[in-house]
Design a protein around this ligand. Structure first.
Ligand code: AKG
Length: 229
């Protein structure tokens, strides 16, 4: 699959319809729900659960280093790509709040990372699809918000610090991906549907670039070689 690298550079994100098949993500979601029920994290009020590379089972490992992902990332990042972590973001009738505006870079600092938001359910403005500010990935914005209305989002922007970019909503079908820079300002609509809106966010970096981020002690090299592990 050929992707538009120029558009990614310009906007800081790319919507990739049909990255996975709907039945694949239905199974992926089902397995995740079962795993989270077993470990007791399904009622986590933040609606977020993160797994590092050493915590994945074989199924999840295969999913986050799927050849389709590698094909997309090799065009956007280059020949050396490594996986760092994956996070389930689950909005449901208990966790209805929209994710606040933020840049992921503040979670980890260091070298630029690239993530793929993967729709495990159809996502719309009614049930919490992503919102982005195209072009906002070219500068760092202070994260001075508090997390009182969105638990788990300690790193978030104040409305008054937000730059004046147009806001674009990104409805997605189950299986679609949105690849985005860790400096892209993004958020999501609240989930007002009473139904699930699950997504995965899987994070990668250019493995040829030395990264001072200390969050990860291990990675999975998808292609090429890593100077970091
Ligand atoms: O609500 C979403 O799916 C976006 C979540 C998000 O951006 C994050 O957890 O960093």
């Amino acid at each position: 699959m050929q992707v538009d690298c120029q558009k990614f550079k310009q906007d800081g994100y790319l919507h990739i319809p049909g990255l996975y098949r709907p039945e694949e993500v239905a199974t992926w979601k089902q397995r995740t729900v079962e795993r989270m029920r077993a470990e007791g994290s399904i009622d986590e009020p933040s609606g977020v659960r993160v797994w590092l590379s050493g915590q994945l089972d074989d199924y999840d490992r295969n999913k986050v280093q799927d050849p389709r992902i590698e094909e997309v990332l090799s065009q956007l990042i280059g020949p050396d790509v490594e996986f760092l972590s994956v996070k389930a973001v689950f909005k449901n009738s208990a966790a209805t709040f929209g994710s606040p505006w933020h840049q992921d870079w503040h979670y980890w600092h260091g070298a630029t990372k690239t993530s793929i938001w993967i729709a495990l359910d159809d996502a719309s403005p009614e049930n919490g699809c992503l919102k982005v500010m195209p072009g906002s990935h070219l500068s760092v914005v202070e994260m001075r918000g508090d997390d009182s209305d969105a638990p788990g989002f300690g790193s978030r922007s104040n409305e008054k610090d937000l730059p004046d970019f147009p806001i674009v909503s990104l409805p997605a079908s189950a299986g679609d991906g949105v690849v985005f820079s860790d400096l892209l300002l993004h958020s999501s609509h609240p989930n007002q549907s009473g139904e699930d809106r699950w997504a995965y966010i899987s994070t990668y970096r250019d493995a040829s670039v030395r990264d001072e981020s200390t969050l990860w002690s291990e990675s999975i090299v998808l292609s090429g070689q890593s100077v970091n592990v």
